[in-house]
Design a binder for this molecule. Sequence first.
Ligand SMILES: [Zn+2]
Length: 242
Amino acid sequence: MSHIKSVLLWENQRRYIREALDAGTLKGAIIPTGSTEQHNEHLAMYHDTQSAVYVSRLAAEKLFPQVIVTTPLAIGVSEHWMEHKGTLTLRPEVFGEVLYDVADSMRRHGIHNILIVNGHAGNSAPVQERLDGFRQRLGINLAYHSYWEAYSEELVQEQMESGICPGHAAEFETAFALAAFPENVDWNDVAYDSAKLTISDTGQATADREYHHQAKVATAEKGQAMIDVAVAWVAERMQAML
Ligand SMILES: [Zn+2]
């Protein structure tokens, strides 16, 4: 075999990767970045990581066998959600360095086209600040995008009843989960008004409540429509890099 077995790096045995690199059929990598953080009362904490992996996998499958998806960065920069128990956070410099090392690992194996596909807004500033430096140190083709950059204002207004995207655990992310991994959406016993929330910032508390209500209008159909656009857009970005 001269190509990868699966677009997910971790599902391959080493021989598939080695032979694909030797044959020159494997040319690019996607590094998904996400978080493990609170997603309001109904959505699983892994959403940002899972959604970034989901879009990355489908985009890589469109470009099979040229692109591999690395193991995701499943913990992001989430200091702003630490009031919500269960959230995990990395310091921005630690997140940046781990991301760098994953990209450098792929570079050392001969991959010179790397697209970082992000699913957590809190990662963006820490990455953007470091991206030029990473490019200089790595000397490769390196790009970073949050997958929702795929969405035009028109599409958001057409698909999202709330008109908000991405928001946080609101209509968009809930719709995505309903389409891709519905087991992550759990409304059982959700009692928002009597929940002991510990949000000290009043603006955040208001937004949290609004997002909770917006999430209720999410549907799998809208989620699928948004996923399809993101997958096509990420595949295009990656294709352009190859
Ligand atoms: Zn999220």
